[in-house]
Ligand binder design. Structure first.
Ligand code: GUN
Ligand code: ZN
Length: 447
């Protein structure tokens, strides 16, 4: 990229972060630790919502002189804003609900709570809290399920636009096997989704995602209608759930006897592709892995949810295999997931891989929740990295105020050790500031 215009008029919204920082120059699954770069005293210039220059502070400060306001974090760590590839707006209030497994948990806790979203006031309050909580956890991009009520997506988009946060979201499509009051019809779901696409897709940093909840709660007619929405609206995203739980997989087999697999149900309706992301994908056969790879469909790996609901152990090694690669991003999947903290999600992803006999490196974990997650959402050129040209989303981490963290940090010998420790033992208490599109959206000391 050519050098930025450092003499640009002072009315440009320009600011800078200074301190230790990390970014990626590739995938650590392909290039190993070399893919992660570290600068112990970096300067990152942000202008009009984008990063425009990054380099050692000693080299850049004299060039920028008094033309930029610098926020300095000498003892922090500046990292790319986290990308959560799968979570549910209406499920903050069901996190940590005791239950057995997926299908009981949905009926007992999730559906009743989602029914509250018929009320626009609930939608507005929950959307506001949701975006506050994302910022305080360092999450700057999310692929979000609203509820079946169009007003829930409307409320989320309205407030996300105001905050200039990058949100991909959709109203849930669900026309069977769910309670009265939480069902649409194939036609109503189509019409409501189209109206939301017209109003919000591509507005500011927002994108629409066509969102059939999962195959069991949509009739074949509704899945067809979802495929038609995708066909009629190039550029929209697709999100749903896939092969999370063995009872669910058996149910799909009985509901769709003509499909050759769970994934084939979605394929038949035109719901695969580079902009499609499916949560979980734990119980997949070889043909489904091959179909994900061929169709460039991505998976959201949700380790805290998979452990909490006893769903199973995701085969990350298989997704990353060079013969049938599948893009994967990490996700909280709240409320099945037990934390919105990307640090905790990375720690649990490490443990899930350990249980399958694979040790994931620190660089790989961090990539899976930043640039790799952005790539899984087909947004790798926009978000997920501290790179000139990328949107200016960043997080400043620092745990010096926590005696145990300060004590442990005194023993850390490299950036990889520090990143691994943060992933293994960290949580939202480490988030000091979250920057969204070049503005400080969360500051721990002011909250
Ligand atoms: N499958 C269908 N709906 C859901 C949901 O809300 N959460 C999870 N974890 N799985 C699902
Ligand atoms: Zn989910």
């Amino acid at each position: 990229m050519s050098a930025p215009d450092r003499a640009a008029p002072p009315n440009a919204r320009r600011t800078a972060l200074r301190g230790p920082m990390v970014w990626f120059v590739g995938s650590p699954f392909e290039q190993g630790d070399e893919a992660l770069m570290y600068e112990s005293d970096g300067l990152l210039i942000m202008e009009d919502g984008r990063f425009i220059e990054r380099g050692p502070a000693s080299a850049l400060l004299p060039l920028w002189a008094d033309r930029v306001t610098v926020t300095h974090h000498p003892h922090g760590l500046i990292v790319p804003g986290f990308v959560d590839t799968h979570l549910h707006l209406p499920q903050m209030a069901v996190m940590g609900s005791y239950g057995r497994q997926l299908l009981d948990w949905l009926t007992e806790y999730t559906f009743p709570n989602e029914a509250r979203f018929h009320d626009p006031a609930v939608c507005a309050d929950e959307a506001s809290l949701f975006l506050d909580v994302l910022a305080s956890h360092g999450v700057t991009t999310g692929s979000v399920f609203a509820t079946v009520h169009p007003g829930s997506a409307q409320a989320l988009f309205t407030q996300a636009l105001r905050r200039n946060v990058r949100i991909v979201a959709g109203k849930v499509l669900m026309d069977r096997n769910s309670p009265e009051g939480l069902r649409d019809t194939a036609q109503q779901g189509y019409d409501d989704s189209q109206a939301l696409i017209d109003a919000w897709h591509g507005k500011g940093r927002l994108r629409y995602s066509v969102t059939p909840r999962f195959a069991p709660t949509s009739t074949p007619a509704q899945l067809e209608a979802a495929g038609e929405l995708v066909n009629q609206n190039p550029g929209v995203h697709i999100q749903s759930h896939l092969s999370e739980n063995l009872d669910e997989v058996a149910w799909v087999r009985s509901l769709f006897p003509n499909a050759s697999s769970y994934l084939d149900v979605y394929r038949r309706s035109g719901l695969l592709g580079r902009r499609a992301i499916y949560a979980h994908g734990i119980h997949l056969d070889s043909e489904e892995w091959a179909l994900l790879s061929e169709s460039e469909t991505a998976l959201a790996h949700c380790p805290t949810s998979n452990l909490f609901l006893g769903s199973g152990l995701f085969e990350l090694d298989r997704a990353m295999s060079s013969s049938t690669p599948v893009r994967v991003g990490l996700a909280s999947d709240i409320g099945g997931g037990t934390s919105l903290s990307p640090l905790q999600t990375m720690g649990e992803a490490y443990k899930v891989a350990q249980l399958r006999g694979h040790s994931v490196t620190a660089a790989q974990l961090w990539w899976l929740h930043t640039l790799g997650a952005a790539e899984a959402l087909d947004m790798g050129s926009l978000v997920g990295n501290l790179a000139p040209g990328h949107e200016a989303d960043a997080v400043v981490l620092d745990g010096a105020h926590i005696p145990l963290v300060a004590h442990r940090m005194a023993q850390v010998r490299s950036i990889h050790e520090q990143l691994f420790y943060f992933a293994a033992c960290g949580d939202d208490r480490l988030v000091r500031e979250t920057w969204i599109a070049g503005e400080c959206a969360y500051n721990r000391s002011e909250s």
